[in-house]
Design a protein around this ligand. Structure first.
Ligand code: KIV
Ligand code: NA
Length: 264
């Protein structure tokens, strides 16, 4: 049966996890969904892993729609979430227009990076039938404001603010929260503070779901491997085996382990 936001809410209520992976084309979408991954994210990480840029900022709406259509064509029952690229939701009007494009391309939920300033935009999207995931913590579209890819939410003031923002955006209509590179303690705190399912990447073992970039977990991304990534190809030896090992490790809460997490 196809995964919906109700499936993920039920998992959270039953204290069961769910798994998320990025995919950008039909073939991998089919492989990933058939391996039992619950949510496919068409991430704007495609700017880096497919296009070779050093940030996600150059990714366009046309790029996102092209890859969302391809994923939708191959998908076998996973929930399809698509990233809204840099500045495509700079105003609520722009967000409505651009989210409609992604939904028509096959997305069932859109993801936006930001904090309290997204409140009205998320409410407008949600009120009009567009489910939203609010991405907090290390939001890569803000790399130039952060001065690099750095762990977020360290220290009481930052942690407090992030809990507040998660609550506020849920109240505005966000159906999911995604936390990237925050201390495990804060990942747990926010997961308990909201009733929407929380997805983590480098956010510790206690979030409701886990996400990785496909190329990272298959060990094909060049360069230094970030702390929160595990290469599932090393033990599995085949793509299908690696995907299935990831799903099982998330389900049984064997991933992430201590070595993949950050301290406050
Ligand atoms: O673009 C992406 O792949 C993402 C995940 C890393 C969460 O946003
Ligand atoms: Na992204």
């Amino acid at each position: 049966m196809a995964v919906t936001i109700n499936t993920l809410r039920e998992r959270k209520q039953n204290n069961e996890t769910f798994s998320v992976l990025t995919a950008y084309d039909a073939t991998f979408a089919q492989r990933v969904s058939e391996a039992g991954v619950d949510v496919i994210l068409i991430g704007d990480s495609l700017g880096m892993v497919l296009q070779g840029h050093d940030s996600t900022l150059p990714v366009s709406m046309n790029d996102m729609c092209y890859h969302t259509r391809a994923v939708a064509n191959g998908n076998k029952g996973a929930l399809i979430m698509a990233d809204m690229p840099f500045m495509s939701y700079g105003s609520t009007d722009a967000a409505l227009k651009n989210a409609a494009k992604l939904m028509r391309a096959g997305a069932q939920m859109v993801k936006l990076e930001g904090t309290d300033w997204m409140e009205d935009t998320i409410k407008a999207l949600s009120d009009r039938g567009v489910p939203v995931c609010a991405h907090l913590g290390l939001t890569p579209q803000f790399v130039n404001k952060f001065g690099g890819y750095k762990v977020q939410g360290r220290g009481d003031a930052q942690a407090e603010a992030m809990v507040k923002h998660a609550r506020l955006l849920e109240a505005a209509g966000a159906d999911m929260i995604l936390l990237e590179c925050v201390p495990s303690e804060l990942g747990k705190r926010i997961t308990e503070a909201v009733s929407a399912p929380v997805i983590g990447i480098g956010a510790g073992p206690d979030t409701d779901g886990q996400v990785l970039v496909l190329h990272d977990m298959l060990g094909v991304t060049p360069g230094r491997r970030p702390r929160f990534v595990k290469n599932f190809m090393e033990e599995a030896g085949s793509v299908q085996g690696a995907l299935e090992a990831y799903v099982a490790a998330v389900r049984e809460r064997r991933f992430p382990s201590e070595e993949h997490t950050f301290k406050a």
